[in-house]
Design a protein around this ligand. Structure first.
Ligand code: PGA
Length: 222
C-alpha cells in the first residue's frame, strides 16, 4: 500500500450510456499509473458495467462501492449487502459526509466497516475532522472537510494543503499505520499540491472525476 490513492467518487451520477462514454474517452488519454492506485466508485447500478469496461479497455483501475448496507443478506428491501457488493468491488467508501448529513451514525458506520472487513474488502472511511471515530481494522481514511466538498470548477475552494497536513498528522498520530487521503474539490490543477506532500497518501475527487479529461489530468498530475 505504498502508492498514491486516487479514489473517484461518482456519487449519484452516470447512466449506462454515460459510463460507457466515460470509459471510451478515458482510454484514449495517455497517463502513467506507476505508484498510483486508481479506484473508481460508481453507483451500485454501474458496478458490473464498470468492471466489464475496465477489462475491455484493459485499464489499471480497481472498483469501489460508495456505501454498503448495515444488514447482512436477507429481507431488507432496498438495501445492498456487503456480500452482494463483494462480487463487484474490492473497496467500499463508508461514512461519506453526505451520508452522515442524511442521518448515518458512527454506530452504523462501525457495523458497515465490520461487514466489509469480514468479507475481505477494504473500507475507505470518510472523516470530517481528527475527532471522527475510526473503527478497528480501518486502513484507509479520507479526510474530507465538509466546507471544501462540491466547490469544484474554476472557483474550486479546496482546503490549503498545509491545513490538510495538520489534520492528517493528528489522525496519524493516533494510528501511524493509517493511510490518509484528502477529499474536497480536488481537480487536475490542484491535485499535486496535495499528493506531493509525503504525509498525504492520495486524493478522493468527486465532481472532477466525472469528466474523463479532467480525471486523466488528475492521474497525470498526482
Ligand atoms: P468534490 O467531492 O470533489 O466534488 O468536492 C469530494 C467528495 O465529496 O467526496
Amino acid at each position: 500500500m505504498g502508492s498514491t490513492f486516487i479514489v473517484a467518487n461518482w456519487k449519484s451520477n452516470k447512466t449506462v450510456a454515460q459510463t460507457k462514454d466515460w470509459f471510451a474517452q478515458i482510454s484514449s488519454f495517455k497517463f502513467s499509473v506507476s505508484n498510483k492506485q486508481i479506484i473508481i466508485c460508481p453507483s451500485f447500478t454501474q458496478l458490473e458495467l464498470v468492471n466489464k469496461l475496465i477489462n475491455e479497455y484493459n485499464l489499471p483501475f480497481k472498483v469501489g462501492a460508495q456505501d454498503v448496507s448495515v444488514f447482512e443478506q436477507g429481507a431488507h428491501t432496498g438495501e445492498v449487502s456487503a456480500e452482494q457488493i463483494k462480487e463487484f468491488a474490492e473497496y467500499v467508501i463508508i461514512g461519506h459526509s453526505e451520508r452522515r448529513a442524511a442521518g448515518e451514525t458512527d454506530k452504523q458506520i462501525e457495523i458497515k466497516i465490520k461487514e466489509v472487513l469480514s468479507l475481505g474488502m477494504e473500507p475507505i472511511l470518510c472523516v470530517q475532522n481528527e475527532q471522527t471515530p475510526i473503527p478497528q481494522g480501518v486502513r484507509i481514511v479520507a479526510y474530507e472537510p465538509p466546507n471544501a466538498i462540491s466547490t469544484s470548477g474554476p472557483d474550486a475552494k479546496a482546503t490549503d494543503p498545509k491545513d490538510v497536513i495538520k489534520t492528517v498528522l493528528e489522525i496519524k498520530s493516533k494510528n501511524p499505520q493509517l493511510k490518509v487521503i484528502y477529499g474536497g474539490s480536488v481537480n487536475g490543477a490542484n491535485v499535486n499540491s496535495f499528493t506531493k506532500m509525503e504525509e498525504i497518501d492520495g486524493v478522493l475527487p468527486g465532481a472532477a472525476s466525472l469528466d474523463p479529461k479532467e480525471f486523466a489530468e488528475i492521474i497525470k498530475n498526482a
